[in-house]
Design a protein around this ligand. Sequence first.
Ligand code: PMP
Length: 392
Amino acid sequence: VLDGKEPVCECNSCYEGPDCSEFVTGCAANADSGDPYFLQPFWMQHAAQSAVLVAGWHRMGYSYADGSYISAVLEEHIRKLHSTVGNAVTQGRYIVFGAGSTQLLNAAVHALSSDNSSNSSSPASVVASIPYYRLYKTQTEFFRSLDYRFEGDTSSLLNISEAGKVIEFVTSPNNPDGKLNKAVLHGPNSSAIYDRVYYWPHFTAIPNPADDDLMVFTLSKLTGHAGTRFGWAVIKNESVYQKMTEYMSSSSMGVSRDAQLRALKLINVVLETRGKQIFEFGYHTMRNRWESLSKTLSLSNRFSLQKLGPRYCTYFQKIRGPSPAYAWVKCEREEDTDCSEVLQAANVIGRSGSIFSAEDRYVRLSLIRSQDDFDILIQRLNQLVSEERQQQ
Ligand code: PMP
């Protein structure tokens, strides 16, 4: 954009040309990655208000005036945001920033596994309930620490009384199925990392403020700015907080100050209307998409969707129908053992169930991409379902 060479828009896979206006016939509908472009129209309407311009001399040093890597103003804004939305308790809690929630998830595993309170010298078992977000496994295995080991599905530890220290990832709402999961393990040696990146009114009713010991949030799914790489953790225990801070310090000496500045600007826009504008926009967009997808697949016996019900939302102060970030589609026919292959044959790219350690009879479709991506997805699915009905 700045040098005039980069295109202003990123075309989706079904459009090309300098202004992305030429439709590519026979292209595939991309419902794969979780890029949250559904919020881009909101930011286009708030372009001036949300713009950041930073002079070359500004904020050059490593840390803030108080010696920390954390902007106190941004931290205050985050606390205010949670109390406004009512989705998390932050009073009396510590906050750590990270390069997206991705960095904080491993900082949390590190902090909980190196906690000295247990005498066990064996590595902590890290688990998650199927279907789970793949990064928990790939990241935990990638770092190959002596302190922890990824052990797969939570249920594998349910009946083992001497499992040693256990760290359970709990994703609520869950990626891929949108369920408001709760920790399954509650023993004296168990601790949970609550991944609450989708716990915002766009994607779920907010029944109450979450008050878990360790919760992780991200700008990526709140404002849609995944590329800014900014996330935060809300932590009850002081020693866990210190270990996570030490992790941040050793791995990257804190989070980019430019990222913090942009996060502050964006959260300010959110707070200006007490979140009303962005959450109304986000909820209605996601709700319309879910209704449209449900309608299409309700005509099919071949494909089914996860069941999610309406719930009272304390933020909107009314009952809200489901508006999940992802569809968790099941192929119901005996012979359709690879659902993503079935969809791929119809020009729809989703993410296979096995990526979430589930059966390939399932496939995840991302609903948070651009409107173009979603419209093409619905078009392709309508066609697939109408072919199914003609065959009956
Ligand atoms: N947790 C979950 C459940 C996610 O779906 C994602 C992103 N898709 C992340 C964490 C990571 O997000 P980020 O690093 O951008 O904060």
